[in-house]
Design a protein around this ligand. Structure first.
Ligand SMILES: *Cc1c(COP(=O)(O)O)cnc(C)c1O
Length: 386
């Protein structure tokens, strides 16, 4: 028996035949496939990070602060600056928001329980869910409450979401706003309606792209007061331009945060991680200085694509999903051959591109414009798979 067959025989039944998360990490000139910031950490923040890590290095013989009290203070202050006060005991953090989501599933999911999300959404939501033995249910966007297709394929209305929540009786509901990979933001009434329709569920609003949202678009942070089952997750990986540090966090009721202590590994946030995150948070305005420039490139992509024969979806994030691609895999490869890496998110006739620097965006648009005409096309809305 081969080693692979032997391991396959021993693997948990529910994991057999699954494929791992695998966004390609390729060395190409223009990398626009994982929604990172294209801008390196500014020099003055690099200096602050190095100093902070040097200051704690001598104490690496000791375990880190298990409850990362100072970091939670800083994260609470960062969130509060948006206008809704958040206290440190409402904050929890992990190695990326992926780990924070894992803690939520470990505490509130598990065998015999259901987590519901509305597809297409973040591909890690079902993966994290199923690793905890929780049953994943693929909810649908772009449908009315009677199941018929709506005019806009990726919208989620309160009525349709409520109907699906009532039908599947989940223990955890994932909402994502702005949503990856569609870029679409949710109206607050959808979040409130889902919350009220699911009295036995923890409702998680993944706001990984919150800092890129358009003016006037509220955050679910404003809904936390009086809703102990509501959770808002954020990350330093996107707007904060710190994906390599692995720091994600959430805001919720202190009682919910307390429950997460039951499932986290002790000392899960290393001292260097805490020091790096705090040094970066101390320079928040500098770290966020490129957000407006990135939004401008996003809007340039949205404006340019129709003229190139493609159909972009309006985005509140730092990326754009676009349709009108005859064969997504072929166009993905043609762009890669031109030195531009974008993302094939598995939606037929669509690709996703991150808004990068102006030069990167120009390279992407030029590469698209240079594609032969047969890259364009693909079915109209009504033919799209749901
Ligand atoms: C990128 C992304 C995250 C971030 O994950 P980290 O583990 O914090 O890097 C979370 N949610 C969504 C929807 C994302 O697109």
């Amino acid at each position: 028996m081969s080693a692979a067959a032997e391991i396959g025989r021993l693997l948990r039944e529910d994991l057999r035949g699954r494929t791992a998360y695998g966004a390609p990490q390729l060395e190409v000139p223009v990398r626009l496939n994982t929604n990172e910031s294209s801008y390196p950490v500014p020099h003055e923040v690099v200096e602050a990070i190095v100093t902070a890590v040097r200051d704690i290095a001598r104490d690496l013989n000791r375990y880190p602060d298990r409850d990362f009290v100072a970091l939670r203070d800083d994260l609470a202050a960062y969130l509060s600056a948006e206008g809704t006060p958040v206290r440190a005991d409402q904050v929890w953090a992990g190695n990326g928001s992926n780990e924070v989501l894992l803690h939520l599933l470990q505490a509130f999911g598990g065998p015999g329980r259901v987590a519901l999300g509305f597809t297409p959404a973040y591909s890690m939501h079902p993966i994290i869910t199923t690793t905890t033995g929780t049953t994943w249910v693929d909810g649908m966007r772009g449908v009315a409450s009677d199941g018929s297709p709506t005019e806009t394929p990726f919208d989620l209305t309160a009525e349709a979401a409520v109907e699906q929540v009532r039908r599947h009786r989940p223990s955890v509901v994932f909402l994502c706003s702005p949503n990856n990979p569609t870029g679409t933001a949710l109206e607050p009434d959808v979040i409130e309606a889902v919350h009220d329709a699911a009295p036995d569920a923890v409702v998680v609003v993944d706001e990984a792209y919150a800092e890129f949202r358009r003016p006037g678009r509220p955050s679910a942070l404003e809904l936390l007061q009086g809703r102990p089952r509501l959770v808002v997750t954020r990350t330093m990986s996107k707007a904060f331009a710190l994906a390599g540090a692995r720091l994600g966090y959430l805001a919720a009721d202190p009682a919910l945060v307390e429950a997460l202590l039951l499932v986290r590994m002790p000392y899960h946030l290393s001292s260097p991680t805490q020091a790096v995150a705090r040094a970066a948070l101390a320079h928040a305005p500098r770290m966020l200085a490129t957000v407006e420039a990135i939004k401008a490139e996003r809007d340039r992509i949205l404006q340019s694509l129709p003229g190139l024969g493609f159909a972009p979806v309006r985005s509140d994030a730092n990326f754009v999903l676009f349709g009108g691609v005859r064969d997504a895999a072929a166009t993905w490869q043609a762009l890669l051959d031109a030195g531009v890496l974008v993302r094939d998110v598995g939606i037929a006739h669509h690709l996703r591109v991150t808004a990068g620097t102006p030069a990167e965006t120009t390279r992407f648009l030029d590469a698209l414009a240079a594609l032969p005409a047969d890259h364009r096309g693909g079915p109209t809305r009504t033919e799209l798979p749901s």
